[in-house]
Design a protein around this ligand. Sequence first.
Ligand code: UDP
Length: 253
Amino acid sequence: ERRQVIVITPTYNRALQAYFLNRLGQVLRLVQPPLLWIVVEMTPASAETAEILRKIGVMYRHLVCVNKNNTNVKDRGVHQRNVGLEHIERHRLDGIVYFADDDNVYSLQLFESLRNISRFGTWPVAMLAQSKNKAILEGPVCNASRVIGWHTNEKSKKLRRFHVDMSGFAFNSTILWDPKRWNSPFSNPIRQLDTVKEGFQETTFIEQVVQDESQMEGVPPGCSRILNWHLHMDAHGLVYPRGWLLQKNLDVV
Ligand code: UDP
């Protein structure tokens, strides 16, 4: 029996949203089922998102949440990912959980590789350092499936425990409700924190899930392949063609 993949994607309405969601959705459409795509928006939900999800042909859940603190703090998807985790926990959804931001580029092989993870898997992600015009790697260095070190970069020399990108790890959902979970310094439940410094979001989360590298699995064994790319591409203050039926989104109906 093939293991379920559960993808959590925070998203928000902006010019390239439809392009991003279509691009990711079309990759997910090619992944062998069972796969569940949990797409989480803050209120108000965009009509475009609902429409894209209805048409994409992937099993999905479209969750909408309100900003808990009722502030305008932009947490870049943190609260939305937590709403996705809560949903998985409440419904005891069984599978491998993966945080896939809408704007990154994913290979089909990545999603198939997730199925081989038994507890916690991680892999190197290629990133584009905008200012320096160069590609950098972030993630594990492996000996077969053993994690023996980390690719670091100038940006991440800061004292992070684990040098992993948000899109560079996945874990078994049973960890979320495992009563025998190792005695972590964090209180239950496992969540992303909106109080951590920039760059520490991933490691702070992973430190709640695993104790050290010995509990990690390199994906695929050897970690010698790039399975996804973290790009920074967006368009702000776009001017739209006059008379077109567009709101904030570039989806043309
Ligand atoms: N995001 C969101 N609301 C926001 C900002 C970001 O839902 O106000 C989502 C965004 O759609 C993406 C993820 O959070 O899926 C990460 O955002 P972004 O790529 O801008 O962050 P970065 O990768 O630059 O840290």
